[in-house]
Ligand binder design. Structure first.
Ligand code: GUN
Ligand code: FE
Length: 420
């Protein structure tokens, strides 16, 4: 079903500061693409099948710009560590198990099943350094109908023997094989995924730069997440003025790149992100759990930098993007109160934008129900969040974000395809 109409209370972001709310409106999907939202159904679409969602809310599908699929199994364990200790004690040992494709298939099925039944329509996903296991993950997402960019991780230094590629040459050739393996996929694209600067040699970064130039593929990594990590990068790369400059040197800051976290940015890094059009994946839960800090998201939005939200499983414990929205609002208030009151805290409008069009932009025209966008939609039923209060549609959206869960999702469409 690619041509149809959804009728209900429709919300999408007009821009980063404003919602568009159409009560009892019509969202039209033709060929998997939105034709826009209307108060009365235009004559030309009168013949299409109309799904009447009654008083339910209809919103664009949410986007998770940063998630580690292999870490899903141990989420919520090890939350008493900081980043580097957590990587060594929890993330690296678990990721090493994905050398076994059978283990990977079982673990990734659990991850993908939960991703499908949740709020996320599109995601940018880290696998592990293992080519075969990461192709299994890509295959499962491909079949699910969700859209994703999935990366085989590159790491050839400063990691334990049991989770380190033997050479930069091997890392590059496995990456090229993985890219070839995904040819013909419709829903999943490969994404170049150097884990972070500490785990990649200069030779590996130079080689990845070549692959990016040759293929035009996007890139994802981590930037300025935690003070210990930043100090380490300074030691490793004394010639670069900032952490961000290291990625920039290898062509990894562009409108096709996502940098997760960006908690402790220098003025120069903010300028670089803005100038290059790179995307920031804001991961508020992870930044608290790993004691990384609070990212200056209001400032970044004010500067016109591209920002979306990430769950950062398993630095974060939940795949729920509404949970990330809530925490982004709360953290921005703490930031405003204690760190810098120059930019106001985030509002509902701002985080709804981050969760939809803000992150969706990384996929092209996605994350909105405006005319011309890929038709990703969630139909949400809030009737089990009981109250005697008569709320506006905007207030109902806010309650759903703060109080809702999987049980509130009635149906999900991605590019016009009904997932459930
Ligand atoms: N930096 C390098 N690897 C990781 C990871 O797996 N999670 C987080 N949060 N940060 C990282
Ligand atoms: Fe991460």
């Amino acid at each position: 079903m690619m041509d149809f109409v959804l009728r209900g209370n429709i919300i999408y972001s007009e821009d980063k500061d404003r919602l568009s709310v159409t009560e009892n409106g019509y969202a039209v999907c033709v060929g998997g693409v939105s034709k826009g939202v209307f108060e009365t159904l235009p004559e030309e679409y009168a013949g299409l099948e109309t799904v009447d969602c009654g008083g339910k809310l209809i919103v664009p599908g949410f986007v998770d710009l940063h998630v580690h699929a292999p870490q899903y199994g141990f989420r919520s364990v090890g939350m008493d560590c900081e980043l580097l200790e957590w990587l060594n004690r929890h993330a690296f040992p678990e990721e090493s198990k994905f050398s076994d494709a059978g283990y990977a298939a079982a673990a990734y099925k659990i991850f993908v099943d939960d991703l499908v039944s949740g709020f996320t329509s599109r995601a940018c996903v880290f696998g592990t350094l293992h080519r075969e296991a990461t192709a299994v993950l890509a295959g499962l997402i491909e079949k699910s109908g969700l859209k994703a960019m999935v990366g085989k991780v590159n790491m050839d230094r400063n990691s334990p023997d049991y989770l380190r590629e033997k050479s930069w040459r091997e890392s590059l050739s496995r990456t090229e094989e993985y890219i070839d393996e995904l040819k013909g996929f419709k829903n999943v694209r490969p994404i170049i995924t150097p884990r972070f600067v500490p785990s990649c040699t200069d030779e590996l970064m130079e080689g990845l730069k070549g692959i990016i130039e040759k293929t035009g593929l996007p890139v994802q990594s981590h930037l300025s997440e935690n003070p210990e990590e930043i100090a380490w990068v300074k030691e490793l790369c004394p010639d670069c003025p900032t952490y961000g400059d290291v990625y920039d040197k290898y062509g990894m800051l562009s409108a096709s790149s996502i940098m997760a976290h960006c908690v402790h940015l220098t003025e120069r890094e903010i300028m670089l992100l803005k100038d290059r059009g790179a995307f920031v994946a804001h991961c508020p839960e992870s930044n608290m759990n790993l004691a990384s800090g609070i990212a200056p998201v209001s400032r970044l939005l004010h500067e016109g930098i591209n920002v979306g939200l990430g769950s950062d499983i398993a630095g974060g414990t939940t795949l729920s993007i509404p949970a990330a929205m809530t925490l982004a609002v709360q953290n921005s208030k703490i930031y405003w109160r204690y760190i810098d009151n120059k930019y106001p805290p985030l509002r509902l409008e701002n985080v709804f934008y981050l969760a939809t069009e803000g992150g969706g932009k990384f996929f092209g025209k996605a994350g909105s129900l405006k005319n011309g966008y890929e038709f990703d939609a969630l139909v949400l039923d809030d009737s089990n969040i009981k109250t005697t209060v008569d709320f506006s549609v905007r207030e109902r959206l806010e309650r759903l974000i703060y109080l809702g869960g999987r049980s509130n999702i009635v149906s999900k469409y991605v590019s016009g395809v009904k997932i459930f």
